[in-house]
Design a protein. Structure first.
Lengths: 141, 319
């Protein structure tokens, strides 16, 4: 029964597809450019009007990006991975332990501690980035 | 928020495998359990203490110190940094931050709503639209900025080419004083729209068919049904989208740095950009002023959240 309820007529359907078509062009052109742009030679990437499907596709840009010495990509990816995994593991371990203590054990000051943990969400990272940076720099890591 | 459930699963209890043991009627604390709880809380508290609470106190301390050219502290300047903040320049900075936030939050929530609402119709292809429209969610601020910089580059811009076809001269998207802010906000809207589309879609999917049917029997159709029935029922999702989008707009830094770097002539300097600029950019090393600005950011964020919870949440309909 409910299937028939929300099935629009011809005009609303046409308007819906028209609106989504316009939205798709605006919202997804950057996505198309991201996917295709890397495989295009710069002459067709920088062509006006745009030729996302015109030129000869090549993987040259990727090879060049990998080989350029300015920002070596392999160490950059390794760093990102290391930071990501460290943060994930740190959160997982500390949060699970604290949550277990707050939820299942009879912890003294349970409510204030819970609110203390929760209240730290309101601190934007940019408010404490300076002291944190100075702290880490002082340890000269 | 209600208190977490309290079970008596003692660490020494042999029946732990079978689930929580019934809570003993006496409220007395067992020392072993208390010790274990403190042990479990310690890593989390140590992390928060070292990297959130202590830095916060240190930010308060730093904000009252002077700053020499190398970034070292000089003796107390009392509230001079804050006095520096109560100037027309900083007022303009705060105003720009607010304008930027509004320019991001309003379209950043309305656009996904305008996309998600028609998607509830039973038409072929809706799922494909939902998936592809959510793709910008996968972009980092820097990746999105770089792609949009190519699209809006005056030399090669397909947007300008398109505008030229209908006889409109495109503005200098990133260097015109009025347009630069709109451009940065627009790119931010594009990146947040994917996530908000998922949030609002999930909210719309949770709207009860029976309620819609009842409304239809009562004669509510089309727009009337959307504004009087559907909108109140997705208001929790909308509220969540507004709060999280406000926070990401307040903290936007990557887009500003990459697209305009605060320019032209400081027109896109926001509070967070200014913190970064004073502390780290060009080895400015004005850590104390940046700390004072960081505290202002904290106050602004808490105030905005308080306003949103005080004003908007009253209108949110939780089932």
């Amino acid at each position: 029964v409910s299937n028939r309820l929300n099935r629009p007529g011809a005009l609303p359907s046409a308007l819906t597809y028209l609106w989504f078509g316009i939205a798709a062009v605006v919202l997804l052109f950057p996505v198309l450019l991201t996917v295709v742009g890397g495989f295009l030679p710069s002459s067709s990437l920088l062509h006006q009007p745009p030729q996302p499907f015109g030129g000869d596709w090549t993987a040259e840009s990727y090879v060049e990006a990998w080989n350029q010495p300015v920002v070596p990509l392999a160490p950059a990816f390794a760093n990102s991975l290391l930071v990501g995994i460290a943060i994930m593991l740190g959160h997982l371990v500390t949060s699970c332990l604290a949550a277990y203590a707050l939820a299942f054990l009879r912890t003294p000051l349970r409510k204030p501690l819970f609110w203390l943990f929760l209240a730290t969400i309101t601190v934007p990272y940019e408010s404490i980035v300076v002291p944190n940076t100075l702290f880490i720099r002082a340890r000269s890591w | 928020v209600t208190a977490p459930a309290l079970h008596g699963a003692g660490p020494g209890a042999t029946s732990v495998v079978g689930g929580p043991t019934p809570r003993p009627s006496s409220g007395g604390r067992r020392p072993r359990e208390t010790l274990l709880a403190l042990l479990f809380l310690l890593p989390g508290l140590a992390g928060l203490g070292t990297f959130v609470v202590f830095p916060l106190l240190q930010a308060v301390y730093l904000s009252t110190r002077g700053n020499d050219i190398l970034g070292n502290s000089t003796p107390s300047v009392r509230l001079q940094h804050f006095a520096e903040l109560f100037t027309p320049g900083f007022g303009a900075l705060l105003w720009r931050t607010c304008v930027f936030t509004v320019l991001v939050v309003v379209p950043g929530v309305l656009l996904p709503l305008a996309l998600a609402a028609p998607m509830t119709q039973r038409l072929p292809g809706m799922r494909i639209f939902r998936t592809t429209f959510a793709l910008p969610f996968a972009y980092s601020a820097s990746a999105a900025s770089v792609v949009w910089l190519i699209i809006l580059n005056p030399g090669v811009s397909p947007v300008n080419w398109l505008l030229g076809l209908i006889g409109v001269t495109a503005p200098n998207w990133t260097t015109d004083p009025t347009w630069a802010m709109i451009t940065v906000a627009g790119v931010t809207v594009w990146t947040v729209s994917g996530f908000n589309l998922l949030v609002i879609s999930a909210g719309l999917a949770g709207v009860d068919e029976e309620v819609l049917e009842a409304a239809r029997i009562d004669g509510a159709t089309g727009l009337r049904q959307f504004f009087s029935v559907v909108l109140p029922m997705v208001s929790p999702s909308l509220f969540f989208a507004v709060v999280t989008t406000t926070l990401s707009a307040l903290q936007a830094l990557g887009q500003v740095q990459i697209i305009t770097d605060g320019g032209p002539n400081g027109q896109t300097r926001t509070l967070v950009y200014s913190i970064f600029d004073n502390a780290f950019h060009n080895n400015n090393s004005n850590f104390r002023l940046a700390s004072a600005q960081g505290l202002v950011l904290l106050v602004v964020g808490v105030l905005l959240a308080a306003i949103q919870f005080g004003v908007l949440e009253r209108r949110v309909h939780y089932r």
